[in-house]
Design a protein around this ligand. Sequence first.
Ligand code: ARG
Length: 440
Amino acid sequence: MKLWGGRFDKGTNPEMEIFNSSISVDIRLLPYEVDVSIAHAAGLNKAGVLNDQEFNIIKTGLEEIKKIKFENIPDIEDVHTLIEELLFEKIGSTAKKLHTGRSRNDLIATDERLYLKKEVKEIIGLLEEVNDVLNDLSEKYRNTLFPGYTHLQRAQPITFSHHLLAYVEMFDRDISRLNDLYKRIDVMPLGSGALAGTSFDIDRTYVASLLGFKEISNNSIDAVSDRDFIIEFLSSSSLIMMHLSRFCEEIILWSTQEFNFIELDENYSTGSSIMPQKKNPDSAELIRGKTGRVYGNLITLLTVMKGLPLAYNKDMQEDKEPMFDTIDTLKGCLKIFIGMIKSMKIKNKNMEKATKSGYMNATDLADYLVKKGLPFRDAHEVVGKIVRYAIEKNSPLEKLSLEEFKKFSNLINEDVYEILDLENILKNRKTIGSAKWEEI
Ligand code: ARG
């Protein structure tokens, strides 16, 4: 069966038939398209195009179609053709009235929006779960000293909790981006027809309310030819993956013997086929690796869309694979990420130990001199010299004697040892948002 055979004399070239078919991909939208079709039929009923009996027959038939479990992918052009054919098999010629006043163009755009709305909500839920785990961990390791890095060189002492909460901020922004783009997905194209609308007096607001859409589209051409709502989703997904990937990179580093800050649970690690001792952080590596395909999906759809004249073009059929793949990849990564960080062992003693070396209290020594009256640039110079001296002596700053300090600056007194203490450093931080000691 074809939805468009009338004008054609010849059949389709068999390879073209396969090339043109999208059923293997768009069958995923079947339950959504059934709902869209029921709402459309209700709109036709309200407009007087379908009588009550016809509407009820169509509705019952469609509801049955929704329950079908397909063992194999049917050999047919697309999900739209499949539903119409199945409906015809079930209810006979009344099925032929369903496509009144609609086109596959407004249909597919509506299916996709309905589908994406549900998926975006699920992804927001998963991100909230990530942040719940991170908040719990940061509560547990509230004042655990942790080396803060810049350039991956030890920089200033922070807490493990502050480091984790940096990611909470990122994921919070990701959630807010998804909530924001959700508003733009929540617009119903149905009723736009192929591109120009329809002469049937369908109450689109009524149809939208049946489907749970907040708004209806304003321009029929835009409604069927725009895919920016998917691109926006792919773009936000790319940012989420970028955040996950950075975190995973740290987890991979932290689980090395060199860092030794965490250990992934065996549940989320794998071994080597040759080296019996290996325990590899594959979960984190795969999330980092899968970031590439999500970026790729974004570029794919941006490129598909960039040269298309208005309105619908078949190129746009290529929008589904990047969207579905991104949803599957992102949800898969988030679920693994949650399990991975929930079960990892935190070696807080090693974190604290690492924080004690690397001269990370040098900035606070410079600040100390500033508070004694030295301009910061001079203080920086003096402390630089002290650090150099301490490195040569292989001693931490707090182990230098007062006489040694005095050789570099007379402003340094006994109270210096207090400010060099790591806990005190955290307690002395003043600015909002800084890595501070949290009183319990
Ligand atoms: N399978 C098509 C897609 O996914 C549906 C719309 C087809 N419209 C058409 N005029 N051929 O984009």
